[in-house]
Write a protein that binds this ligand. Structure first.
Ligand code: ASP
Length: 307
């Protein structure tokens, strides 16, 4: 009923959601909605509570709800009573009393989705809880890899590096759980201060390296992450230095990557820091495929959790 994280989700459930998402993509890979699903959410209103900035996730959930015939109300911190000091949980309770049928929630507090699950009787979808998880991003990234590499039902045989600010990234955690549950080998790579301390833990089902060269030589695909500056207190990272040591530009691509190594990024991309302009716009970038697949995947998630 609720989608809070991918840690602990079974392979079967993940494969089922990816298969369901395929039905929301046409043969050219564009977003579609089969006619039998167009009224799936008719009469339902979903609230999108976004207390942290978002473009892709918020808009793609809005589009997904609308494509399935539902109504959507979006509440952000600016302009809502949260600004006056109301807790996000109370805001959700208020909206539930108005008859809202479910929530998609983004908030800096890792606990909030769990609190809402306890207090409300409607489905809760986590759209990012601080540095916790971002389950729909993990699933859409898995879908993007599965489609590009044609790996079959899951991601067996694939080697995926997740690079950059791992410890502060909810995408890194959801990706690591999705990819490893689906049979891929996962390695986390980045500067030591942005990496977890132990590898192959329950929290991080992956190996860890701080060699960009080794990781990029090894990987079939690399998921590049933004520095989550909003979660780094003190010790600010110098963008220029980071770009030199950890960014991917054409010379890094030519030096370390095979012609078939693909690049993903959940966005927003800070051009010139994690990725150079030509790399973002190159054929090896799957960034816009991720965005498209996100709408399909979110339709599949809504279908599964609101039916
Ligand atoms: N959009 C992703 C997130 O909300 C990644 C990022 O912000 O860098 O976690």
């Amino acid at each position: 009923m609720h989608l809070i994280g991918l840690r602990g989700m079974s392979r079967e459930k993940m494969v089922g959601l990816l298969d369901a998402a395929e039905k929301f993509l046409d043969p050219q890979g564009k977003v579609t909605t089969p006619s039998e699903d167009r009224a799936l959410l008719k009469g339902k209103t979903l609230a999108l509570l976004f207390m942290e900035p978002s473009t892709r996730t918020r808009v793609s959930f809005e589009i997904a709800v609308q494509r399935l015939g539902g109504e959507v109300v979006t509440v952000s911190a600016e302009g809502s009573s949260v600004k006056k000091g109301e807790s996000a949980a109370d805001t959700c309770r208020t909206l539930a009393s108005m008859g809202v049928d479910g929530f998609v929630v983004r908030h800096h507090d890792r606990q909030l989705p769990h609190v809402l699950v306890d207090r409300l009787k409607v489905p809760i979808i986590n759209a990012g809880n601080g540095s916790g998880e971002h389950p729909t991003q993990g699933l859409l990234d898995a879908l993007t890899l599965r489609r590009h590499f044609q790996t079959g039902e899951d991601l067996s045989g694939l080697k995926v590096a997740i690079m950059g600010d791992i410890v502060h990234s909810r995408v890194a955690r959801s990706d690591a759980h999705a990819f490893s549950t689906l049979g891929a080998e996962v390695t986390l790579v980045g500067p030591r201060m942005l990496l977890p301390s132990d590898d192959r833990t329950e929290d991080w089902p992956a190996t860890i390296t701080n060699s960009r060269k080794d990781a990029l030589r090894w990987a079939d695909a690399v998921v590049v992450l933004r520095i989550q500056q909003e979660r780094i207190h003190g010790n600010l990272i110098d963008a220029h230095e980071y770009a030199m040591n950890w960014g991917i530009d054409t010379s890094v691509v030519n030096g370390y990557m095979t012609p078939d190594t693909m690049i993903l990024h959940p966005g927003p991309v800070i051009r010139g820091v994690e990725l150079s302009d030509p790399v973002v716009d190159s054929d090896r970038s799957l960034i816009l495929n991720q965005v498209t697949n996100g709408v399909a995947l979110r339709q599949a998630v809504l279908k599964s959790y609101f039916n």
